[in-house]
Design a protein around this ligand. Structure first.
Ligand code: HXC
Length: 258
């Protein structure tokens, strides 16, 4: 793609999106976010891509929404244009998205990471929601997804003070991220996991993602039913026959995403 604020490339079956506004610490301008969405949906539609990685630079994953761009916003215009509504488009991507977070993941940067499916952190990563210090509240999941990841007291502390940030190690201990890696190895390590996922049957990895996301929306009974029905539908796929035959025949399966 011909992007100004990101670099979008492929590594085998993995789509790699690198936020690239180094002078603004990858502040998430509207233009940048539209490019991220565009790249994401192109990968989502590309049969050859099985998983997607989003990363920033070693200094910053993203230092938040672009403060300069929004400082003169007017409430009624925000309402009419559903300001930042397009940020949530990411959650409609069917393929698994991994965030590789080095450096600052603040405000919208932390929220962007939390909209991804797996977060790996570099050892110097910093997660926080400093919006309150700007006289505003988080607007893309900081008060919602963060609670589910780290619990109420920590989420309150982070969002109410704006200055209690999480180190990579703390984020790992609280369950916000699933792995901490030395900063210079983070992207390769994240791509490795993405490659593993990309080798699986795409309809199945997408069903797993759908099911786990439904666990945040549904009662346990409804969530289990949703899971059971998708599980049943899996027996209608070539890849299930292939996966289980390969096990019985003691060979590696070749999934064909069908
Ligand atoms: C616009 C930003 C920015 C941001 C940094 N910059 N963060 N520009 N929006 N969110 C710009 C700075 O203005 C500066 O540009 C350049 O990036 C380098 O930043 P410095 O502050 O000089 O770097 P440093 O001293 O290393 O400090 C790093 C930092 C600090 C601690 C991350 O930049 C910072 O506090 N940034 C703001 C973090 C924040 O409040 N994020 C939440 C945003 S609100 P110039 O041109 O001056 O050199 C938000 C709401 C989300 O995200 C709402 C829902 C979607």
């Amino acid at each position: 793609g011909n992007y100004q604020n990101i670099v979008s490339e492929t590594r085998g079956k993995v789509g790699l999106i690198t936020l690239n506004r180094p002078k603004a610490l990858n502040a998430l301008s509207s233009a940048l976010f539209h490019e991220v969405n565009d790249a994401l949906f192109k990968f989502d539609a590309d049969e050859n891509i099985g998983a997607i990685v989003i990363t920033g630079s070693e200094k910053a994953f993203a230092a938040g929404a672009d403060i300069k761009e929004m400082k003169d916003n007017v409430a009624i215009e925000c309402y009419k244009t559903n300001f930042l509504g397009h940020w949530t488009d990411i959650t409609k991507v069917k393929k698994p998205i991994l965030a590789a977070v080095n450096g600052f993941a603040l405000g919208g940067g932390c929220e962007l990471a939390m909209m991804c499916d797996i977060i790996y952190a570099g050892d110097k990563a910093v997660f926080g929601q400093p919006e309150i210090k700007l006289g505003i509240i988080p607007g893309a999941g900081g008060t919602q997804r963060l609670v589910k990841a780290v619990g109420k007291s920590k989420a309150m502390e982070i969002c109410l003070t704006g200055s209690v940030n999480l180190s990579a190690e703390e984020a790992l201990n609280l369950g916000l991220v699933s792995k901490v890696v030395p900063a210079d190895q983070l992207v390769d390590e994240t791509i490795k996991t993405a490659e593993k996922i990309a080798k699986m049957s795409q309809p199945m990895t997408q069903m797993v993602k759908e099911c786990i996301n439904q666990s945040f929306e549904l009662s346990l009974t409804s969530g289990l039913l949703f899971e059971r029905r998708l599980f049943h539908s899996g027996f209608g796929t070539h890849d299930q026959k292939e996966g289980m035959s390969a096990f019985v025949e003691k060979r590696k399966p070749t999934f064909e995403n069908k």
